[in-house]
Design a protein. Structure first.
Length: 330
């Protein structure tokens, strides 16, 4: 978990990931699926060379029957800058057409028999086409999306320092509990102070909180989550919680396991959970301290109650409210 979190803190990883995601959204989602390029009302200048030659041969035939110089020049302009080379090819390979008709078309349209020199007036500028028109907007949207993703990663820990995330479906705050003011008791003011509550039925309970300095620098995270359950069926019967502290300046996450009376008394369960962290027997008012290289966390059981049912007494929690207070290590 630490290595994965460290990767997400790397600006290069975030930037490259945002660019790849933005490129995928801009090219595949927007360019190929949502707003695919559709060619409509294409002009002669958009045709392949062989079809442009066919178009000019038809224009020559039309001019033979209706010698309108304005129409002839307009059709040449629609071909664009390739008209010179195409007329030269037609003049050299007239096929079934009358060479004199080809020469008349070139001359009367404003040019001369292709030995060199432009045909008529300066050809009209080609239209940019729908792809060139949409490309700048698609690039802009892609970069905006990529920038938004990068900003979301970088600022995810700056929003609501004191407001915990709520991943589970249910959450109740203990409004009647007033946490003590530690500065008034002679201790240094804490960096952060949080309150979290588990209620039976919140099977996705996993609260985590960002720890920032007074200047807004990210220092680490702390949180509480479900560690062990007993019995079967829904809702889950939680018998132990993990209280953890992550320090960005430390190499490991410190964890302690808060256990029910029945789980703590069971030797097999206690040994199993020791692999996750130091076991602590849960009771109202219990305090435990977790320390890393630069942070110190005090977790206090503010309120708790056990559930009842077919399982052994005091084996799982109906409710658990914890206070988490973080200081900078001396």
């Amino acid at each position: 978990m630490d290595s994965l979190r460290d990767q997400f803190e790397n600006p290069w990883v975030i930037g490259i990931g945002g660019f790849v995601i933005g490129l995928f959204i801009g090219l595949v989602v927007l360019g190929w699926w949502l707003w695919p390029v559709q060619w409509t009302d294409a002009g002669p200048s958009d045709l392949r060379a062989e079809f442009q030659q066919v178009y000019l041969r038809m224009a020559i035939d039309s001019y033979t029957r209706n010698p309108n110089q304005e129409f002839a020049q307009q059709r040449l302009d629609e071909i664009g800058s390739d008209a010179d080379a195409l007329l030269a090819e037609i003049s050299q390979s007239p096929g079934s057409q009358d060479p004199q008709a080809i020469e008349d078309f070139i001359r009367i349209a404003g040019g001369e028999v292709p030995e060199g020199g432009p045909i008529g007036e300066e050809p009209a500028a080609e239209s940019p086409g729908i792809v060139r028109t949409l490309l700048p907007y698609m690039c802009l949207i892609t970069f905006l999306l990529a920038g938004g993703l990068v900003a979301a990663f970088l600022l995810r820990n700056r929003i609501g320092t004191g407001a915990p995330r709520v991943p589970g479906p249910r959450r109740q705050e203990v409004v009647e509990v007033q946490p003590p003011t530690y500065a008034a008791e002679g201790e240094a003011p804490p960096l952060a102070q949080f309150m979290t509550t588990y209620q039976l039925g919140n099977d996705l309970y996993d609260d985590s909180f960002s720890i920032d300095s007074q200047s807004g620098e990210f220092l680490g995270e702390c949180g509480v989550g479900i560690s062990e359950t007993v019995g079967v069926g829904d809702p889950k019967k939680v018998s132990a919680f993990e209280v953890w502290l992550f320090d960005k300046n430390d190499i490991q996450t410190v964890t302690k396991v808060l256990m029910s009376k029945h789980a703590f008394a069971d030797e097999t369960t206690r040994q199993k959970l020791e692999a996750k962290g130091e076991p602590v027997f849960a009771e109202s008012g219990r305090e435990m301290v977790l320390e890393t290289a630069t942070l110190k966390l005090m977790a206090r059981v503010v309120d708790m109650s056990y559930g009842t049912g077919a399982l052994p007494d005091e084996s799982f929690f109906d409710r658990m409210t914890l206070e988490l207070v973080v200081w900078a290590s001396a």
